[in-house]
Write a protein that binds this ligand. Structure first.
Ligand code: ZN
Length: 125
């Protein structure tokens, strides 16, 4: 595994994610109460419908922002692991994660077997 290439991959990933977060924030994904930034154009009849649409758009943007921030946290952890030499190994079984998998998902923390998404989510007592 080439550390330089990996670092670059992670940096690109980080930049992409930060852009998505910024875009989401521009769509209103902020914690601040909404102030009339985009309103007061011409028609007042449209106002209520616009406000409802704005709310929906803001909620969608907010959920995009939240999931992207979680993803960004994964990428940041990958940077840390790259520093301390544990990068590229499954957190559960310590098996090296296949290079192809790291190419597709440089922030991967698990081998295919232990990827949380691949585990049964419920009812597996
Ligand atoms: Zn594993």
């Amino acid at each position: 595994m080439n550390i330089q290439t990996t670092r670059k991959r992670l940096e690109e990933r980080q930049r992409d994610l930060e852009q998505i977060i910024r875009a989401a924030e521009e769509q209103g994904a902020t914690d601040e109460p909404q102030t009339a930034v985009s309103g007061e154009m011409a028609g007042t009849d449209q106002h209520t419908a616009d406000a409802a649409a704005d709310t929906m758009e803001r909620e969608m943007a907010l959920s995009v922002k939240e999931s992207t921030e979680a993803h960004l946290a994964d990428v940041r952890r990958a940077f840390t692991r790259l520093e301390d030499g544990t990068y590229g190994r499954c957190l559960v079984c310590d098996t090296p994660i296949p290079e192809g998998r790291l190419e597709a998902k440089p922030e991967a923390e698990y081998c295919v077997q232990h990827e949380p998404a691949a585990l049964p989510t419920e009812g597996a007592a």
